[in-house]
Design a binder for this molecule. Structure first.
Ligand SMILES: [Zn+2]
Length: 643
């Protein structure tokens, strides 16, 4: 080999360089580990049993015993769920799984983790073994910097994917599992599973597939209330509420009625139900970590503790339930073909999330308004904020909307320094604007006879009563739109998904509204600023601040950007006086005269500097204004359906 190499180098005229003469061809990769068995669509030979002890509230530890029957000796792979539905990304919290021991007939079985697929555990099943017995813990975050806290002294959120392994080689819908949970004494729970037996504080559920188990999480708590949202309906729909304190569970009949209206309006929109029962899981808490996660027959939702008891302040919180509920149709029943996977190891591809999340975002706001959970004005105000945000999303210049569907995998929702330039999961709200564009276009072209409601019924409402996922591709979406009204829908969508043009705001004008700017926030924006303790000056100086004056967002190429400000800085003074949000707003208003500066003292780490922000446009906030003399199509969209 050396001689050969030297000859080759001599031919290149390099043989006279001594250092190169000693070079090898360089390292070669060693082979990757053997493949993990691919999932097959055949029944698993045996039923898993899973017992979760969820009583250790102080240490927030779930203790798990799991039995996986086996029918032959030899190599086997056990998987911990990695790619999680609804997360659209590999978010399984494998780092919190600990204490794993595996035995067969009481004898230890050695496991070793696959060095590449770190969610996979190799074992060799001993001769004569009937089952593997697993013993481990799921160590829930004990503080927010470790992840989402899912256990408090008053409530817990059990997600079975955190507390269960499954055998590699089978579709998860083919693996039956019988799960049980032991809760603290006196606690009650909501979960979309049927109870088989109750013994003391331990509840055993009727067996379901591993796929359904992972899709059926539990909220349990000391303070619990269940409300029937569809009395006498064709299938039960329940609101299962846990709260930090008992008095937070007080609610008025009118509040309950608005949640019931949501069920009625969704029935009228989709014209079908793809569940045999639906359980909203709702946590009124600022102790347990936040969540909004859809499932086929339930959803996990966290809102502010005073969701019911301080109702008038909570308008921005009331979009969550309509959004997650719509997912039972859009996302869980109808799912992008590349997103559906047979197990939790197969990577998900998110290319159709502008339907899954984008149109769901649209229906979330529409159903919120139709049910009365949000007032029409609150919904118009929220749409104004969305339209303005995407009007300012300058990252569209380099990053098309379709590329943002990769963001769950790329970013894992970590904060970003330059959101308006980097973009994030923009397929949600920019998607919402695209569907408003489509809805108003259908209404215009058909003289008001058809609408996106017809698409929803035809696309999401097929196969009433069936809850096996039905997948789709781009062409199926186009075909369903064409069936409502013929148009170049493929071109319409591709322009908006692949293009780098302006924000898709045509639906506003066609809906009968224009985006205007005023020097005060609209009522909904004001409520959101107050509730989430932030100051939003995106559309004037280009700054987003938290309550402490810390900069949490800087508009790319905006006035603050040009002054050298970046996320992570803290404003400590405005025109020579200590920072407050009101002082900054007053300074921005005064600077309209063109002579008074906006001078800030900015602290970054232990360094201070003075910056001047050049902006004479005053305070600026988005509102929607009716275009008189045009059809109020958006108003029609938001009006409750009578049938
Ligand atoms: Zn969603």
């Amino acid at each position: 080999m050396i001689r050969h190499t030297l000859t080759a180098l001599a031919l290149l005229g390099l043989a006279s360089i001594p250092a190169l003469a000693r070079e090898s061809a360089g390292p070669r990769p060693i082979p990757m580990p053997a493949d993990i068995p691919a999932a097959r669509d055949i029944p698993y030979p045996g039923q898993l049993t899973l017992a979760v002890d969820a009583t250790d509230l102080d240490r927030r530890i779930f203790r798990v015993k799991e039995t996986i029957p086996v029918d032959k000796a030899g190599p086997m792979v056990l998987l911990y769920p990695e790619w999680l539905p609804g997360n659209h990304a590999p978010r399984g919290q494998i780092e919190k799984m600990a204490g794993l021991t595996i035995t067969a007939g009481g004898k230890p079985v050695r496991w070793f983790r696959d060095p590449v697929e770190i969610y996979a555990f190799h074992v060799v099943v001993p001769e004569g073994a009937a089952a593997l017995d697993l013993d481990f813990q799921f160590l829930s975050a004990t503080a927010g910097d470790q992840g989402r806290v899912v256990v408090t002294r008053e409530m817990l959120n059990l997600q079975w994917n955190s507390t269960a392994f499954y055998p590699a080689g089978w579709y998860t819908r083919q693996i039956p599992v019988e799960a049980s949970v032991t809760l603290p004494p006196g606690w009650k729970f909501g979960v979309a599973l049927d109870v088989a037996a109750q013994a003391g504080d331990t509840t055993t559920f009727k067996p379901v597939s591993f796929e359904t188990l992972v899709d059926s999480p539990m909220f349990a708590g000391r303070h619990f209330r269940q409300v029937d949202l569809d009395p006498g309906g064709r299938s039960p729909v329940r609101l299962n509420i846990v709260a930090d304190r008992a008095e937070l569970l007080e609610m008025t009949d009118e509040q309950i009625q608005k949640h019931r209206n949501l069920v009625v309006q969704a029935d009228r929109l989709f014209g079908a139900r793809h569940y045999d029962r639906y359980d909203f899981l709702l946590a009124l808490t600022d102790r347990m970590g936040g969540i909004g996660l859809e499932h086929h027959r339930s959803s996990e939702n966290q809102v502010e503790p005073e969701y019911f008891t301080d109702w008038d302040r909570m308008a921005p919180e009331r979009n969550l339930l309509p959004h997650e509920y719509s997912h039972s149709w859009d996302g869980k029943f109808r799912r992008g073909a590349d997103l559906w996977t047979p197990d939790f190891m197969t990577p998900m591809r998110d290319s159709l999330l502008w339907v899954y999340e984008g149109q769901d975002q649209y229906w979330g706001y529409v159903l919120g308004a139709r049910s009365g959970l949000a007032s029409r004005q609150d919904t118009l105000d929220a749409i104004a904020l969305t339209a303005a945000s995407f009007d300012y999303r300058v990252g569209r210049q380099w990053r098309a909307l379709e590329d943002t569907t990769n963001d769950p995998v790329i970013s894992a929702r970590k904060p970003k320094g330059w959101l308006s330039w980097q973009r994030n999961e923009d397929y949600y709200s920019e998607g919402q604007l695209i569907w408003l564009d489509a809805d108003t276009l259908i209404r215009e072209r058909t003289g008001g006879k058809k609408s996106l409601d017809d698409f929803a019924k035809a696309f999401f409402g097929v196969d009433d009563g069936v809850w096996t996922p039905l997948t789709y591709q781009f062409d199926d979406v186009v075909a369903a739109l064409n069936a409502v009204t013929p148009y170049d829908w493929a071109g319409f969508l591709k322009t908006r998904l692949e293009g780098h043009g302006p924000a898709p705001l045509d639906g506003l004008a066609r809906g009968g509204y224009r985006l205007v700017w005023r020097d005060r926030p609209n009522a909904y924006a004001k409520a959101a600023e107050s509730l989430y303790k932030r100051t939003d000056l995106t559309w004037s100086v280009g700054l987003l601040l938290n309550a402490g004056g810390n900069v949490t967002g800087v508009q790319w190429d905006g006035p603050a950007f040009k002054a050298g400000l970046a996320t992570g800085a803290q404003l400590v003074a405005v025109n020579g006086e200590s920072y407050s949000a009101d002082r900054l707003k007053a300074a921005i208003a005064t600077a309209k005269d063109g002579t008074t500066p906006i001078e800030l003292i900015v602290k970054t780490g232990d360094q201070y500097r003075v910056v001047r922000v050049a902006w004479t446009g005053g305070l600026r906030y988005p509102h929607l204004e009716r275009i008189e003399g045009t059809p109020d199509r958006l108003g029609d969209i938001l009006a409750a359906r009578k049938k």
